[in-house]
Design a protein around this ligand. Structure first.
Ligand SMILES: [Zn+2]
Length: 433
């Protein structure tokens, strides 16, 4: 969608889209690597909302509302507070999960991030909301499913850790939509049949020919307008869109339409409240997945979990089977030939490399200064080492690279010399012990 906005004849739309693209690409890279950084903390899931006052440096934001504080005069603050609270309570009361990390992690929300920022995101530690430019999008705190979607990215980081590209990334996006929508349905006490199954219906400004960002019920039909173009989501595996990692991380927001539709069909097949059996089946399948899980394996796992939870050939398991079949995915166990189930590569086997994770800690665009945290895994399987490194980015082209491709592509290249030295140093230190 952003690409289309970038081609808009309206210079204000172009500029605001470019701003969003640059910030989002940067954060997307950040999210990929943050997954490796998720560290659980004991707490009571307390909420704190901060006001960025249109700035982009989160550490400069001030507390606007806390669990002990009063209602704010600022609607965005209160909506963020309520939205984060609803998502936290949903995970606690419906899925018996204590906050994002399962250990009561406190939840921080930042509102009024940047100027005209057309996005909201979870950066691995906190939830950040833009105000929207009021031409295309309004305040992102208005959509509880978006808030819950972003927080679910956090839950995924702490469970399967689905890699944010290609099929595993599309599953990451889809599962975030699933629980995003379920939090909204749960808040409104809607049955599957009553729900709109839209993501972000509240954030579009009226009169743009767009219902929402995505439709789980009808992927590919959330919008079709001269400004946004046509919703590119497929609703069947035969229409899977093959993209390079440089394009929407391999189509994570596009191909998520396929598992989204499968969840919707499951919920409609089972009937009643979608957060009950369908939500539990998907949650158990998420916990049983790993960073490399693909559509086929996830489908197989939902089928298996439906059997575990509700019985073999139960109505629930049949609904799961039929739903995946309708989007063109056949459950392996029933495909015949006694084929062994294809599993993803276990995490432990993948982490032989020295550089396990890299996270952007602080970025000062103007000074061209970047501070990065690194996590190094030793092949011996010992505790990973955490390091901080500051780099000066003098070349504007490098800065642009980072902005557009995120840390994975840009920063690893640029910092590679520094990183290699650090890895060597750490290796030498460990060797001496
Ligand atoms: Zn997302």
């Amino acid at each position: 969608m952003l690409r289309k906005l970038l081609e808009s004849a309206d210079s204000e739309i172009r500029e605001s889209a470019l701003n969003t693209l640059v910030s989002t690409a940067r954060l997307r890279g950040e999210r990929t690597v943050l997954a490796g950084f998720a560290t659980a903390s004991r707490g009571d899931g307390r909420l704190t909302i901060f006001d960025c006052e249109q700035g982009t440096v989160l550490s400069a934001a001030t507390v606007a509302r806390s669990e002990d504080g009063l209602l704010s005069k600022d609607d965005s603050v209160n909506r963020a507070f309520d939205g984060l609270g609803a998502a936290r309570d949903f995970f606690q009361q419906v899925l018996d999960r204590n906050s994002i990390d399962g250990r009561g992690m406190g939840l921080d929300g930042y509102v009024h991030r940047g100027v005209d920022y057309n996005n909201a995101f979870w950066d691995g530690r906190q939830m950040v909301f833009g105000d929207g430019d009021e031409r295309l999008f309004t305040d992102f705190t208005k959509s509880v499913d978006i808030i819950a979607h972003e927080l679910t990215h956090g839950v995924i980081d702490f469970t399967a850790g689905l890699e944010y590209h290609n099929q595993s990334g599309a599953l990451n996006e889809s599962i975030s939509d699933v629980f995003g929508s379920l939090v909204k349905q749960w808040s409104l006490k809607q049955t599957a049949a009553d729900a709109d199954w839209l993501i972000g219906a509240e954030v579009f400004t009226p009169g743009l020919g767009a219902d929402a960002l995505r439709s789980m019920k009808a992927p590919g039909h959330a919008y079709d307008s001269p400004i946004f173009g046509e919703d590119p989501q497929p609703d069947h595996i035969s229409k899977f869109v093959h993209l390079p990692d440089t394009d929407d991380d391999g189509g994570v927001h596009i191909n998520s339409g396929i598992p989204n539709k499968a969840f919707y069909l499951t919920a409609m097949g089972i009937e009643g409240f979608a957060w009950e059996a369908p939500g539990h089946i998907w949650y158990e399948a998420l916990k049983a997945s790993n960073p490399k899980t693909q559509f086929q394996e996830f489908a197989d796992t939902t089928y298996e979990k439906a059997g575990d939870l509700y019985g073999t050939n139960s109505r629930e398991q049949q609904a799961v089977l039929t739903a995946w079949a309708e989007v063109g995915i056949r459950i392996s166990a029933l495909a015949g030939g006694g084929a062994t189930r294809r599993r993803g590569v276990p995490v432990a086997d993948r982490e032989k490399d020295s550089l396990a994770a890299l996270r952007l800690a602080e970025m000062d665009d103007e000074a061209g200064k970047i501070e990065v945290e690194l996590r190094l895994n030793k092949s011996s399987g010992r505790e990973p080492a955490h390091l901080k490194v500051t780099a000066q980015i003098r070349n504007p082209l490098s800065a642009l690279l980072i902005a557009h491709f995120g840390l994975c592509v840009g920063l690893t290249e640029i910092l590679s010399a520094q990183v290699k030295t650090l890895i060597k140093d750490v290796g030498a230190l460990k060797g001496k012990r």
